[in-house]
Design a protein around this ligand. Structure first.
Ligand code: KPL
Length: 298
C-alpha cells in the first residue's frame, strides 16, 4: 500500500522519499531501482529516492514540514516511528494506514505532540515481485483525525492526500469506521485462518451460525464504544465484504502462510481486551482468539 500511495504522490509532483526498514529491503530496492505499478491502462514506473530509517536526516528532506504515511504492519508502527524520531517535529503529520487498532494509542503515548491521523482504505494492491505492484482493486480511502486535533486543522493537514488521483475523503467520525473495519477483520481474517480458506469460503453454510454469534457479540461492543453513532448491521457487512473479496486471501492468512508476524493482537486480541475492559462478555470471540493463538505465531 505504501508503494501505491508513494506513486500517486509522486505523480502529483510531491517530493517523495521511501523509508525502508532494513538493509535487505534497501538492497532489494537498489536492485529494482524503481517502483512499478501494473494497472489496467498499463505499467507505470516511478523513480524516487529511498533510504534506511537510521540514515535519514532532516537535511535530506527538501521540505521543512514532513508528512509521513505509515504503511507497516500494525505491530511495527511504534518501532518505525521511533526509528525516525530524529526528523519528527510537532509540525510533522503522521497518517497511519493499516488494519487493526491499539497501535494508534501506543503512538500517541510515545509522541503526545505529534498530530496523528488514520486512514482506512479498500484499495487492493499486491506485490508481484519486490517493488513491483499490481493495483488490483479500486476502492475508497477515508482519512480522519484521532486525538484531540481540531477537525478543520487536521483536514487541512491531510489536504495533499485528499487531492490525489485516488479517491480519498475526510471522515469526521473515523472512529466508527475503524471499529466497523476491525469488526469485519475479526470475523473474516480470524475464520479464514482457522479454516485455512479464502475469504468467500467463510460463507459456507456450516459457518453461518458461528458468524451470526460473532456478529451479535460485535454489535454489543460497538454499541458501547460508539455510543450514539449508528453502526451498520455487522452480519450484512461481513457477508458483503467476504463476497466482494471472495477470491482474496485475508491479510492475516497471508502472514500465517508466509510465516511472518500477524496483526492478531491488534485485531482479535484488541477486540477481546476492549470487551473485557468494558465488562462485555464475548465468549465466541474469546474462543476464536484462543484457536488463533494456537495457530498463529505472536
Ligand atoms: O482487510 C482485509 C484483510 O484481509 O485484512 C479484508 C477486507 C478481509 C480483505 O481481505
Amino acid at each position: 500500500m505504501g508503494g501505491l500511495w508513494a506513486c500517486h504522490l509522486h505523480q502529483a509532483d510531491h517530493p517523495v522519499t521511501l523509508i525502508l526498514k532494513d538493509a535487505a529491503a534497501e538492497e532489494s530496492f537498489l536492485r529494482a531501482s524503481t517502483i512499478k505499478v501494473d494497472r489496467e491502462q498499463g505499467t507505470i514506473e516511478n523513480h524516487f529516492p529511498a533510504t534506511l530509517a537510521e540514515r535519514i536526516s532532516a537535511d535530506d528532506l527538501t521540505v521543512d514540514k514532513i508528512s509521513l504515511l505509515v504503511t507497516t504492519k500494525a505491530y511495527d508502527t511504534l518501532t518505525a516511528l521511533q526509528s525516525i524520531s530524529h526528523i519528527l517535529t510537532s509540525y510533522s503529520v503522521v497518517v497511519i494506514m493499516q488494519n487493526g487498532m491499539g497501535q494508534h494509542e501506543l503512538v500517541h503515548q510515545a509522541f503526545p505532540h505529534l498530530p496523528v491521523m488514520t486512514a482506512i482504505t479498500s484499495q487492493g494492491a499486491y506485490s508481484k515481485a519486490p517493488f513491483h505492484l499490481v493495483h488490483a482493486g479500486h476502492g475508497d480511502t477515508w482519512l480522519g483525525r484521532l486525538a484531540d486535533q481540531e477537525q478543520m486543522v487536521a483536514k487541512r493537514q491531510a489536504a495533499d492526500l485528499l487531492a490525489l488521483n485516488i479517491p480519498a475523503f475526510w471522515d469526521e467520525d473515523i472512529a466508527s469506521r475503524m471499529w466497523v473495519k476491525l469488526a469485519v477483520n475479526c470475523v473474516i481474517n480470524g475464520l479464514t485462518v482457522v479454516r485455512e480458506c479464502r475469504n468467500g469460503e467463510i460463507l459456507a453454510t456450516e459457518l453461518h451460525s458461528r458468524i451470526i454469534r460473532l456478529c451479535d457479540e460485535l454489535e454489543l461492543v460497538l454499541a458501547e464504544v460508539l455510543s450514539g453513532s449508528a453502526t451498520p448491521n455487522l452480519y450484512d457487512e461481513v457477508t458483503r465484504i467476504a463476497a466482494a473479496t471472495s477470491n482474496n486471501i485475508s491479510s492475516m492468512r497471508q502472514d500465517v502462510l508466509k510465516g511472518t508476524g500477524t496483526e492478531l493482537d491488534y485485531i482479535n486480541g484488541y477486540l477481546c481486551s476492549e470487551a473485557l475492559r468494558r465488562n462485555i462478555d464475548v465468549p465466541e470471540h474469546r474462543a476464536l482468539l484462543h484457536e488463533l493463538r494456537e495457530l498463529v505465531p505472536s
